[in-house]
Each structure stands twice: as C-alpha cells, then as structure tokens.
Design a protein around this ligand. Sequence first.
Ligand SMILES: [Zn+2]
Length: 220
Amino acid sequence: MKLTTKKIEEILVTIITPDGLPLIKELQSKDNISEFDLASKTKKDIKVIRKQLYILYNHNLVSFTRKKDKVKGWYIYYWTLVPESVRFSYFKMKRELVQKLEQQLEEENRELFFVCKTNCTRLNFDQAMDFEFRCPECGELIHQDDSQKRIADIETQMRDAKAEIVQLQEVRKEHRKIVKEKKKERKVKQKVRKEAKKVNDKKTIKKQVKKTNKKPLKKK
Ligand SMILES: [Zn+2]
C-alpha cells in the first residue's frame, strides 16, 4: 500500500495537531529541507517549526542531517520524513481504531439506547431510568433508539480499517523479505571473501613452504 499524501497527513496531524499541517505538506514535497527553508515556506517562526519538528522527531517520524555553515559557524539541520515509521504509525492508529470500534459494537449489541424526537442526547437504559424516560435537554419523552443503522456504520468502518491493516501487513512482510534477502546476500559475499582469503593464505603458505624447501637445495 502506498502512503498517500492524505494518509500521511491523517497520521501526522494527530501528533502535531492541525497547526502543523503546513509543515507536513513541505516535508512531503522534498527530502533534506533545511529548517530555515521550512520556516520561510510555511511563513512561520523558526521556533514554532523547531518545536513541531522536535515532536515529530520524538515519534521517530523525521530524521535529520546537519551541516556546519562555514560563514556563520553554526549547524544547519536538514529534515526528512521517515516513510517506514510513518507507515507503522498509521498501522498502529488503524489497529487502535479497530479496537475502539469493537468496543462500540459490543456496547450497541448489549445495551438499549434512548433518544428524544430531536436527538438532543443518547442515553443508555440506566441513564434513561434516572431521568424517568424524559430528555434531560428538552424534557420531551424519549423512546428506544434503533441501533441497526449505527451497527451497520460501525461494521463498515471496521471492515475498511481491517482491510487496510491487512494491506499494511503485506507491505511490512514484503519490506522484511527485502531486508532479509539483502542480509543473506551480504553473508554470501562475506563467505566468498573468506573462502578466497583462505585459498590465498594456503597459496602463500605453499609458496613459503616451496621457498623454504628450495633454499637448502640452492645451497647445495
Ligand atoms: Zn431532547
């Protein structure tokens, strides 16, 4: 699954609040952007930008490199989003959403709910009893709410979230496979190098043995 702009925004905004949206948009457009460029492009104070970057950094969602400014003598930081971490945060968010929806669904199936005609507020059975089946907001009589539509909505949301989780797990599996294969390749190369070294060592030993064997012969 590709991390679309919308998905990246969805997850990052939950962490640095909608105030950080301009910063997120800039980080998505390019890698290695200096904090000064980020500040000028978002038209925000450098202190605000640094604070937001710091929050993202604490969540491992951005990485940085720094370079010394030769003229001014201080370090300039260049920032980049870490796609793997963003994807994992998105995955975690979806998993939490599924848990929440499961709870809601369980509650909808277990409890009876009551509402008035104008839908001021929704009460469970105990609350409705406490208010003697009158709406605490408008005073009208309340009646049992039909939970079927709500249940259907929750189930749709849950199905979507679960489908996304499966997709994300596939991506992770794929990613891990690539990492594993690279590791294996590296190991094979190391082994080949070691073997080659052994052969070379043997050759040099043989040469040395030959040399030492030859020496006394030459002397004779
Ligand atoms: Zn009411």
